[in-house]
Design a protein around this ligand. Structure first.
Ligand SMILES: NC(=O)c1ccc[n+]([C@@H]2O[C@H](COP(=O)([O-])OP(=O)(O)OC[C@H]3O[C@@H](n4cnc5c(N)ncnc54)[C@H](O)[C@@H]3O)[C@@H](O)[C@H]2O)c1
Length: 255
């Protein structure tokens, strides 16, 4: 029970395949009390049902990260339910579908702004708010992908978005470290989720990762959830500002 007596929030549940839900499952199994967030009304019923299916107490709250006003509103509710938090997991990304096909060179200004805003800036905005709810310190974790470092076909604008997110992890870790708040990223191998299905030709990512990774298989959502629990728990108390690879080792291979 690594998270017994701990309270946490997991942002970005869309359905049962969401990495956010895998993190919630792992955290709940380790004793955490949870808030799950979903983007909008369309996802409310499914997210409430998923929260109810967890072994420990969990509730669902709407949180759209694309405006400060919507974030303020969500955090008012969050504070009402849990005035003190121990960990937060950010598992949110978005780029318009047309940006995830064709050439990166054709990325539109609007597509770039949306992708970087929702997928990278939202983590900083959330971290700033969580900081005030973590008087005893805490742990923040976000989800990233290898496309931040290497070119993946059609991942396009999400590459710079994840690079910005990973850099934000380091700057936030430096700012929040003196308050004993740790900030890390998990770099997951490709997983079949709603967000992933937006990337043209995504099945190829799975096939190649299975064929080439040292463990010769794809990463499972539970592996990402469990690694996130490690980063959220006191077991990782000396680790901040880093990226933990949960990709069956794929990132070490050149060919
Ligand atoms: N699936 C993969 O292969 C993979 C690999 C590495 C990292 N990741 C990352 O994991 C995270 C979760 O993605 P996923 O694969 O579980 O897909 P997902 O579609 O289940 O989750 C993405 C979430 O982002 C939310 N979201 C998008 N715009 C939002 C907004 N404006 N406000 C609030 N929420 C918003 C969606 O509602 C959804 O819940 C993302 O950061 C993604 O880049 C995914």
């Amino acid at each position: 029970m690594l998270l017994k007596d701990k309270s946490g929030i997991v942002f970005g549940v869309a359905n049962k395949r969401s990495i956010a839900f895998a993190c919630a499952r792992s955290a709940s199994a380790q004793g955490a009390k949870l808030i799950l967030t979903y983007q909008g009304e369309r996802l409310e019923k499914a997210t409430r049902e998923l929260a109810d299916s967890l072994p420990n107490e969990a509730i669902a709250i709407k949180c759209d990260v694309s405006s400060e006003a919507a974030l303020d509103e969500a955090f008012e509710q969050i504070e009402g339910f849990m005035p003190k938090l121990n960990f937060g997991v950010h598992s949110i990304a978005f780029a318009p579908r047309e940006e995830l096909d064709g050439r990166f060179a054709d990325t539109s200004r609007e597509g770039w702004n949306t992708a970087l805003d929702v997928s990278a800036y939202s983590f900083t905005s959330i971290a700033r708010r969580l900081d005030t709810l973590m008087p005893d310190g805490g742990s923040l974790v976000t989800m990233t992908y290898f496309g931040s470092e290497k070119v993946m076909p059609h991942y396009n604008v999400m590459g710079p978005a994840k690079a910005a997110l990973e850099s934000s992890v380091r700057y936030l870790a430096a700012d929040l470290g003196p308050r004993n708040i740790r900030v890390n990223a998990v770099s997951a191998g490709p997983l079949r989720t709603l967000a992933a299905s937006g990337v043209s030709g995504f099945s190829q990512f799975l096939d190649i990762a299975r064929e080439k990774s040292p463990l010769r298989r794809n990463t499972s959502p539970d592996e990402v959830g469990d690694a996130t629990v490690f980063l959220a728990s006191d077991l990782s108390r000396g680790i901040t500002g880093t990226t933990l690879w949960v990709d069956c080792g794929y990132h070490i291979m050149a060919l």
